[in-house]
Ligand binder design. Sequence first.
Ligand SMILES: [Zn+2]
Ligand SMILES: [Zn+2]
Length: 776
Amino acid sequence: MKFSPKIKEKRWNPELEKKIRKMRDKEKTYAFNTKTKRKIFTIDTPPPYPSGRPWHIGAAAHYSQIDMIARTARMMGFEVFFPIGIDRNGLPVEVYTEKKYGISLHETPREKFIELCTHALDDLEAEMIQIMKMMGLSGDFDNYYRTDSKEYRTLTQTTFIELWNKGLIYEDTRPNNYCIECGTTIADAEIEYEELPTELIYIKFKLKETEKDIIIATTRPELLCSCAAIIYNPNDKRYRGLEGKHAIVPIFGREVPILAHPYAKEEFGSGIVMICSYGDYSDVRLFRELKLKEIIAITPEGKMGKNASKYEGLTIEDAKKKIIEDLDKAGLIQKREKIMHRTPLCYRSKTPIEIIPMKEYYLKQLDFIPQLLKIAKKMEFFPDRHRQILLDWINSLSIDWPISRRRYYGTEIPIWYCKDCGKACLPKPGKYYQPWKDKPPFKKCPYCKSDKGFEGETRTFDTWMDSSISPLFISRYQKDNDFFKKTFPSGIRPQAKDIIRTWLHYTILRCYQLTKKPAFERAWIMGYGVDEEGKRMSKSKGNVVDPIPILEKYGGDIFRFWNAAEAGLGSDFRYSHDRIEGSAKFLTKLWNISRFISMFPEPKKAELTITDKWILSELNALIKKSIKGYENFDFFIPANTIREFTWNLFAPHYIEMIKSRAYGEGFNQKEQEAAWYTLHSTLKTLLQFFAPIAPYITDYVWRELYGKKSIHKQLFPKPEWKFNLNKLTDEIMGFNAKIWKDKKDKGLSLKTEIRMKIPKKLKPFEKDLKKMHSIR
Ligand SMILES: [Zn+2]
Ligand SMILES: [Zn+2]
């Protein structure tokens, strides 16, 4: 009998992936069937943010793993609803547009600016979709959604009106985080902290009651004009007797009270600090607690305001320099000290946050803390340890969520104000409103019945107001009740670790407020992709790796297998070119094995020999381990188990042991067929378990050898080989390795005949072993 491989292509190459993609489009392999009898599994896919080029390789890896979740669920028997979306609202897009066209938002007409944002977005979006397709994502590309579409924004506004009617939204003027660079109030969740170098300035204050001076230490001397009190720690023996006295603020000459308060730390600076409106959140708290009157130092434009008198109009930095200079001239500086200071930065522009009182809309969240904690404790987390990040965040909440933003590219707040009574009038839900340019949808004020007209709101929503209803949008909330019932709550929310306190938290909050249900049953949290030195990739560091050249050279499967085998569940993972090369080698190996096996017919059944039973025992172990990994959506486990088995056991030991038998050299037909049967059984199982990780190569081989239908229509096989011969594995591997080494040491070829006694334990394998090593 002559054998030639059924798989004709000699090598696996990414060009073959295109063939599979075409078939997928033709067959609609992954179409979601709403009439299914299976349990529906909805994936609340994170709509990625096109904020510039290149798209982060870590983000691409993230999406390839989200696709593994979808494929895993399908092969576990779920009907999977896997929408694809693009998040197009908000600041990063505006910042990118400003840079790309060299313009500034506040100096560009609103309509024009929005148009430019849309253009910038379209290019970036096309590239992201291309990357997702190259990676083999099995989501619904025919109906992908955009968060800046009319439909999406309608739902954001509709749900806002619902929450307004439930009394969960209010407007208030209170000091809040304000980013001067972005020109808007931002939420606590959008702040990140960094240790930055700064100077601690020791300033002399005169006392009103005595001739003595006191020394206060501050990092923000430019806030002197807004100082309202001086505090020291009640336990600080150095300052006993200061209580009740007054200090005179240098330069400004104002009298302020001196108070004992535990917030002052004896070991920080001189132990005496000034309370200003506002240096940080502790200042806000102390102003409230001590009932101090606020004196605002800084304007929303980032300049000194009129309270700064002769410093008015200077930037914060310039005012700081000038004040230090003036204090120094007057001999009022005792010393200057370089320190590291934990500084709050805007999550988007990476510039320091100021605290400025502004009138904003707030969504209540503090009242919901007990319910949020309950949901967070009940939801399943993958990995479980990341639940704590959410719990800690919920427990740390101290203010409601400011949801209004002074930006353009976002969903408009649907409110008109009556020109007569000033009351906020909300339109009917279900339509998209742009109050900054649309005519008001009412003739008379519903409150005072005046017909003097209305003023449209100009602000937009915080972009998380849009993102936090993604599970509602994909499930057609308020649009298609039948569909909604089937697909909500989502089965899983896959997302990155750094947006737990924003996207995860806000989604749970909003969906609970609207539906009284948890938004999803499970949360799957992925770590960060870091560079070869272990540093987080970021555009500012310039160490972002572009995934496109890698995908073009290696294809989707090699890229996917690389990150599956590299990223432990929830842990950070390193980008490494060598490891991607390593993945390519493994796929070549798998291809070669498949071609070898494709030479032989697949018998329906066989009388297995002990060698066959032994490898099937090991295959059984692989099945159990892989299933366990997939049940935890931990692709690291199956990826490495499959590699280990294929590379170190199946190919070098089993295939070498049965090669002669498979060719029929010195064996009878039954024995030969048993080898064929085992080869095919093993390959089929390997392909099925490898399919969620490497969807192209597995489908290609599957269609060549095992069926017209895609492998992605298969279910995971169950463990069925109960021979329990795994205990012989070490013995077999040891024996083979010893002979290979002996021959190599003696300079003999592997085919050279030798004399050798088969160890007692391996006697049953004698026939295969003798052939394998040419033992006489
Ligand atoms: Zn900012
Ligand atoms: Zn009115």
